[in-house]
Design a protein around this ligand. Sequence first.
Ligand code: SF4
Length: 224
Amino acid sequence: MLTKEQSRAEKIFQRFEARNSNPRSELTSYNNFTFAVAVLLSAQTTDKAVNKVTAELFKIADTPEKMLDLGIDRLKDYIKTLGLFNNKAKSIIAMSRILISEYNSEIPTSRNELEKLPGIGRKSANVITNRLFGKDFIAVDTHVLRLASRLDFSESQNPVDVENDLIKVVPKRFHKNASDWLVLHGRYICKAKNPNCKECFLNDLCRKRQDCIKSILSSNSFEV
Ligand code: SF4
């Protein structure tokens, strides 16, 4: 038996599913290693900016061995347009060394092992295990944090608490894609500064719709 909140979450995620049954990360990658590197590079940076640098980088460094051959200085040169590029370069080189020495150049499959790699935090570990290994962890980035609040799934601003709140309220069958749906919705519709509530397909279920409340109330009746 679903609670009222779970049932509202179910309706919301059914709509995400109906519009896009197979949401995908917009990061470009060619294998598990390049996906992990792209996720690491995407911290505090847009996917578009990451894809721009990896289009060239991955032509010559798509394995841990090739990344070490490239070396830190040339790697920095490839990624210097991204924020935090010095630290990201150090992490990628250190991660490549560990993958070669401890994991036979493969990306480890468990979240715990991933979180121990340089530059990979919980959010990145969730994204990687979710996408590469089919785990149904919910990664919480800035979009998911904002959406969880606007859709009233969580009152916390702490990513781990928000992740746990989402796990409790979102039906399990949606966990695998939940983060991608929320990220895409946050990127294109429920933007940080100007959420497009008028066009939003969740506006009758959202308690924090920003600019359309009067027009919706005048044309519809709904319960949220
Ligand atoms: S109705 Fe507005 S605030 Fe609510 S999810 Fe849609 S865009 Fe975001």
